[in-house]
Design a protein around this ligand. Structure first.
Ligand SMILES: *Cc1c(COP(=O)(O)O)cnc(C)c1O
Length: 237
């Protein structure tokens, strides 16, 4: 077993232990392995250990890995980085999910650019839940209008919400923010009964996120090890 495979197993066990502690089934929680800055060979190691869903932040780097690993079905690729309009086509053509929809303009482009032979692109609306310095995500007040517009687009499937809360060490405060997101999803579900996904929780706030109701945790470092940004292609994005 490689160290990536060992880390993956430990991460899965941690998710299962947290889920059991709060009375949820581990099957309700998808582990998204965040492979940004890591080579295709690292993704292949994780895939060999049964990992299916991978998250990428940088369009160009992600597409290169998707193409390098295209023979390895059935990997499921999630775009989780900030999305600029001029990169939307590549996301629409290569990814199965986009977690960072935060304006109607980008949603319309993704829908128009989604190839007809592919199923609809699964999208999450990104909420700026606690980080006043972040430019990504919408305020909760803006959610009903954006959700309605996204749900009307033919080649997108609105699946739920995503957030990247401001870093916070205190568990109770993490939990308060995570519960706000879970409440927002519950409210959204009243209008859009098919939404089922809350993408919330990273290495440091996974426990609070799962306790509050996250259905998808995004874990990078704990699986693939620390990132070295200098040697990567992300600045080409
Ligand atoms: C990098 C990243 C992650 C993973 O972070 P780690 O601290 O490496 O686990 C999760 N979500 C998003 C949006 C990211 O950009």
């Amino acid at each position: 077993m490689t160290s990536i495979q060992h880390n993956l197993q430990e991460t899965r066990q941690r998710i299962a232990a947290i889920a059991e502690r709060c009375g949820r089934s581990p099957q309700e929680i998808t582990l998204l392995a965040v492979s940004k800055t890591k080579p295709a060979s690292a993704v292949a190691e994780a895939a060999d250990a049964g990992q299916i869903a991978f998250g990428e932040n940088y369009v160009q780097e992600g597409v290169e890995k998707i193409q390098a690993l295209s023979e390895r079905s059935p990997l499921e690729w999630h775009f989780i980085g900030p999305l600029q309009s001029n990169k939307s086509r590549q996301v629409a053509e290569h990814f199965a999910w986009c977690h960072t929809v935060d304006r109607i303009r980008i949603a319309s482009r993704l829908s128009e650019q989604r190839p007809a032979h592919l199923p609809p692109l699964n999208v999450l609306i990104q909420i700026n839940i606690s980080d006043e310095h972040s430019k990504s995500g919408i305020m909760l007040e803006e959610l009903p209008a954006l959700a309605q517009a996204v749900a009307a687009l033919p080649n997108l499937r609105l699946r739920g919400l995503m957030a990247i809360p401001a870093p916070e060490n205190d568990y109770q405060r993490q939990l308060t923010v995570a519960k706000k997101m879970a409440d927002a999803l519950a409210t959204l579900k009243q209008k859009h009964p098919f939404v089922d996904t809350l993408s919330l929780g990273m290495s440091d706030d996974m426990e609070a996120a799962i306790t509050a109701g996250s259905t998808m945790v995004r874990i990078g470092t704990a699986i693939f090890g620390a990132r070295s940004y200098a040697a990567t292609t992300h600045n080409k994005n």
